[in-house]
Design a protein around this ligand. Structure first.
Ligand code: TRH
Length: 435
């Protein structure tokens, strides 16, 4: 049991970008031949029958709250509208600080052995051996990562068998092509299988990603698309950006445990740049996102490893820094390159399949051939550009979608609630209230 739990811990760290500790490595020396995150969520019938939205989310602790978790929470909070009878099921944490959930004080943590009740409930179900969860005929599930879709689909099958009626579709927030997170493997195959469920409504994070699915012959029968928008906390800092001088400082998104962020290319590229660029010592280099041991550069300086910052600290650094670098080997744009451009930084990122973020902002420079050498070359060009004119990246306009909006837009919520036969009365009142 302890082994299984440690495995969960390691897995969630891997997927949500937290490096395993040595303790985990030790306890995991014997391999586990199961895809632990797909351990079923065992159900028992609830005595309630009302409709209820349920979010299946891997974690709600602040240390896991990067773009994927934050977007899932934003989406669910908008989807529930004013519903007061809703549930969040945390699939990978046995306990959680809940700090990723903005209004966590209004939610009640319940134990799985308690009878079902109405209210805004949270269940931590990371440690679920021999446990069941009460499930209603009217429960509707929202999945947020491939393995939550996998366990969610099994719950739908259980509902169908239990009440002999077709359950509501699985709402599946698709935030990337997740098989790409693995080598050709069991996880590759199982994650791919989740895109072919029949009773599914896919909510796709960006048109770019949706186009990628189409390009690869994966077609969702029923789907909605939304575009990324700037995090509300970060947007509070935008008004001051024109008054603040940019420093000769490079921020890069440095997450050694997240392979799609291409940490090795960034570090090797910085080494080449520091060696070749005669004025590199005039520049500071900060790494954000994850903690790791300090790395010395060839020019004698060091990469200053800041780790995961609060959004306030992150905004403060973007306001005062000239150049950003954030790589993403996936069809999803990821948030940092867009955030850095919104804060008037010159940004280096990469293309991938149909993705080219340079189409959306003139200060985003996309490498088509992503190698440390090409990264170093482009970085040198951007540094000299800034040295000649330190306002050269001041351009706050995105084309194609409105990234700098006041709130993340899920314009289809009303329609989606209709699809799920959920009342829109409260949603309409709220919308009128805003007008
Ligand atoms: O959750 P993420 O790692 O990314 C996921 C996956 O990349 C997935 O493939 C993608 O589909 C999904 O997001 C949308 O998050 P991402 O995109 O790397 O965003 C990072 C966010 O984390 C950014 O919005 C701001 C925040 N952040 C911090 O809170 N502190 C920090 O120090 C930094 C650098 C970022």
């Amino acid at each position: 049991m302890r082994r299984a739990f440690n495995y969960f811990k390691k897995l969630i760290r891997k997927i949500f970008n937290i490096r395993p500790s040595f303790e985990d490595e030790d306890t995991l020396s014997t391999p586990v031949y199961q895809i632990m995150e797909t351990s079923p969520i065992n159900c028992r019938p609830s005595e309630h029958a009302e409709k209820r939205l349920n979010l299946l989310i891997p974690a709600l602790s602040i240390r896991y709250a990067f773009g994927g978790i934050n977007t899932a929470i934003d989406f669910f909070l908008q989807l529930i509208s004013n519903d007061e009878d809703v549930r969040i099921i945390i699939t990978e944490e046995a306990t959680s600080d809940l700090l990723a959930l903005p209004d966590s004080k209004n939610w009640l943590i319940v134990q799985t052995n308690q009878p079902d009740r109405q209210g805004k409930l949270i269940v931590c179900f990371g440690n679920r051996n021999n446990k069941t969860i009460p499930v209603r005929k009217g429960d509707i599930f929202v999945a947020t990562a491939w393995w939550t879709a996998y366990v969610g689909e099994a719950i739908l099958k259980w509902q169908q068998q239990q009440w002999r009626s077709i359950p509501a579709p699985l709402v599946y927030l698709v935030q990337d092509f997740e098989p790409g997170f693995y080598r050709w493997s069991s996880r590759y195959s199982m994650s791919l299988s989740t895109y072919y469920y029949d009773n599914l409504i896919a909510i796709i994070n960006t048109k770019l990603l949706s186009d990628f699915f189409k390009k690869n012959d994966i077609n969702f029968n029923h789907s909605y698309i939304f575009e990324p928008s700037l995090n509300k906390t970060l947007s509070l800092f935008l008004p001051s950006k024109d008054k603040i001088q940019k420093k000769k400082r490079i921020l890069f998104y440095g997450r050694p445990s997240v392979e799609r962020n291409a940490f090795e290319i960034l570090v090797s590229g910085l080494q080449i740049w520091s060696h070749q660029y005669s004025r590199s010592r005039q520049w500071e280099v900060f790494s954000l996102g994850e903690s790791y041991n300090v790395i010395g550069l060839d020019n004698g300086a060091e990469i200053q490893v800041k780790g995961k910052l609060s959004l306030h600290e992150y905004a403060g650094l973007m306001l005062t820094s000239a150049i950003g670098a954030s790589l993403m080997i996936s069809p999803h744009p990821s948030y940092p390159p867009l955030e850095m451009a919104a804060f008037d930084m010159g940004v280096i990122t990469n293309t991938f399949s149909n993705k080219n973020l340079s189409d959306y902002h003139s200060s985003i420079y996309s490498l088509e051939n992503l190698t440390p050498e090409n990264f170093a070359l482009l970085l040198t060009q951007l540094c000299s550009k800034f040295e000649k004119d330190n306002n050269c990246f001041r351009n706050n306009s995105f084309t194609g979608f409105d990234f700098i909006g006041p709130e993340r837009k899920f314009n289809f919520i009303k329609e989606l609630r209709n699809d799920l036969n959920l009342s829109n009365k409260t949603a309409t009142i709220r919308a009128h209230g805003i007008k």
